[in-house]
Design a binder for this molecule. Structure first.
Ligand code: FAD
Ligand code: NAP
Length: 520
């Protein structure tokens, strides 16, 4: 009997899910609310480039074309690459564009019955003869006003964590955007404008940007390009970060310090045995020294002490939280000349004339506020479920990382997988590994353990994330432990986890997508 698989989203994760489902003989249907593929790469701000070096942000069976010589290609190059991948594997015909999934509902056993299950879906299988997902979709171009309904056996949610739903800070009463004389927008609105309109929009305005991650840094740079010292751009931030000027601390490749098996020996790993645990404890001084080595390079190169921008947390925490943003070139030169002004403030409120920050009585005069405060992927994910129980459990409790087994399967939501929510060194590479694992699961290559076992494993990863990512554990980052994580996927699939040719290469060479290019 043909099993129907639906994929929601046609960004990099959805395309990968489609390609690997096809490779196992399924005929997936992909719902995409926009008119094209590529997700976040369809449109970005003008200066956006890949932050992850190109060899790591690469499909394992479809290398970057030789014509792209840059290590950090720009948005158009990334988009073209993704599009050629989709064309090469003939994925477009499986996608229903301009089709937004309004909600999904599980039709099958009752919620009481599901709570008694000891195996995922009641039988430990990805499919069940008793349960189906009902998917309600809407034509976003409104060529048809009636919502349509599909019934499928398995759903793969690839709806993206960093798009569509903005994270808007909570403001004190009457001290939010409504009090301001001018506009308050989110980075997502700025990024949606064409380049010319965006440049005209900020030109001649005193802009305040809120946030200190990649969107904030890039937008502040664009504002300073447009307005110089005449109308400086103020950046209001809560936390200093180890944003990197390059990937070569003191000339030594960062990947050799954090992305090889040796670096993973220095940290405690979920599910490690006593020997590995002892080793990680014994090697902790080295772990500390490596972090200091990288920090000293960033501090010196960016002159962080001079600008009071030295983070309080370690570089290890930054990389373990997947928060390594690349610093736009000459950012601190702009701070030096005064076209970018940095202001730390834990609280933020807005009044008629401008923005109020900690320690200042008068508002900072502002003509435009851009909130580069990130996204609410959690909300987007919750909203897609119609059942209140699934809405409640999908993102887990507020004081735990997202409870996904192998960062793909919620132990208590049957016949469904979520790809692209836990972060990594390269989200494309990680999504590809997950989609391969998932396609093997769908094909019956391996079985999942009991719900109890899966939840135990999820708790171990949660402990790891809390230990190494600090306050950012909810980003569910596996970046600094991605080889250990991939090993588990490989073992499940029956692949050889060790992919290198020699003992030394295995220990010291960084891992990337091409290590998994050849199966088994
Ligand atoms: C500007 C920017 C630059 C980035 N740069 C990097 C980088 O350099 N390196 C890196 O590793 N990561 C980077 N990221 C992280 C990035 O999110 C991933 O690399 C990746 O491309 C995300 O792919 P995705 O498919 O998981 O999600 P998305 O690209 O967000 O795609 C999700 C898709 O789902 C669709 N969708 C959502 N909801 C519905 C619905 N209800 N019905 C139908 N369709 C729906 C959306 O329209 C979208 O097309 C960047 C993110 C941003 C925003
Ligand atoms: N390739 C590229 O060039 C590129 C460009 C843009 C985005 N991206 C990627 O896209 C993803 C999203 O990036 P992003 O920069 O949009 O979001 P983000 O990484 O989630 O960062 C959000 C920023 O807003 C701050 N913030 C959140 N809530 C706040 C509040 N209530 N008040 C004040 N500040 C608040 C955060 O502060 P704290 O630091 O204190 O938490 C953080 O600095 C990331 O993965 C990023 O790497 C990549």
């Amino acid at each position: 009997m043909e099993r129907k698989v639906a994929i929601v989203g046609a960004g990099t994760s959805g395309l990968l899910a489609c390609k690997y489902a096809l490779s196992r003989g399924f005929k997936p249907i992909v719902f995409e609310s926009r008119g094209g593929i590529g997700g976040v790469w369809i449109k970005t701000v003008e200066t956006t480039k890949l932050q992850t070096p190109k060899p790591v942000y690469q499909f394992s069976d479809f290398p970057w074309p030789a014509s792209v010589t840059e290590d950090f290609p720009n948005q158009h190059q990334v988009f073209d690459y993704i599009e050629s991948y989709a064309r090469h594997f003939d994925l477009l015909k499986h996608i229903k564009f301009n089709t937004k999934v309004l909600g999904i509902e599980y039709e099958g056993p009752s919620e009481e019955e599901m709570q008694c299950w000891s195996l995922w879906g009641g039988n430990g299988e990805p499919f069940s003869s008793n349960g189906k997902w009902r998917i309600q979709v809407q034509d976003t171009q409104l060529t048809s006003t009636d919502d349509q309904v599909y019934h499928v056996d398995f759903v793969i949610l690839c709806i993206g964590r960093f798009s569509d739903v903005p994270n808007i800070p909570e403001f004190p009463q009457n001290k939010g955007p409504q009090a301001f004389h001018a506009k308050v927008i989110h980075s997502m609105d700025y990024s949606a404008m064409d380049y010319k309109s965006a440049a005209e929009f900020v030109k001649g305005k005193q802009v305040t940007v809120v946030g200190f991650q990649k969107s904030a840094l890039d937008i502040a740079m664009e504002c300073s390009n447009a307005n110089g010292v005449e109308k400086p751009c103020t950046v209001i931030y809560k936390t200093e970060h180890w944003n990197v000027p390059d990937y070569l601390p003191w000339g030594f490749p960062l990947a050799f310090l954090y992305l090889n098996r040796f670096s993973e020996l220095l940290v405690h790993k979920p599910g490690e045995g006593i020997l590995l645990s002892l080793l990680a404890t014994m090697l902790s001084p080295l772990r500390w020294a490596i972090s200091k080595f990288v920090e000293s390079h960033i501090k010196k190169k960016l002159r962080l002490a001079k600008y009071g921008m030295v983070p309080k947390h370690s570089f290890l925490q930054e990389i373990s939280s997947c928060l390594i943003s690349t610093m736009p070139e000459k950012f601190y030169d702009r701070v030096e000349e005064g076209s970018i002004v940095l202001k730390k403030s834990a609280n933020l409120s807005i009044c008629q004339d401008g923005v109020l920050v900690d320690g200042e009585v008068n508002p900072r005069k502002t003509d435009l506020v851009i909130l580069a405060t990130g996204f609410r992927g959690d909300k987007k994910l919750k909203d897609i479920f119609l059942s209140s129980i699934f809405k409640d459990i999908v993102f887990g409790s507020p004081n735990a990382a997202m409870p996904l087994y192998r960062e793909c399967i919620h132990p208590r939501i049957p016949q469904l997988a979520i790809i692209g929510f836990s972060e990594s060194v390269s989200n494309l590479y990680t999504s590809e590994m997950r989609c391969r694992w998932l396609s093997e699961l769908l094909d019956g290559t391996f079985k999942l353990p009991s719900i109890k076992e899966m939840e135990k494993d999820v708790r171990k990863w949660d402990n790891y994330m809390k230990e190494y990512s600090g306050q950012y554990y909810r980003r569910s980052c596996i970046g600094a432990l991605h080889i250990w994580y991939n090993d588990q996927l490989c073992k499940d699939m029956g692949w050889k986890p060790k992919r290198k040719k020699s003992f030394f290469a295995e220990l010291f060479e960084p891992y990337g997508p091409m290590d998994y290019a050849v199966l088994n």
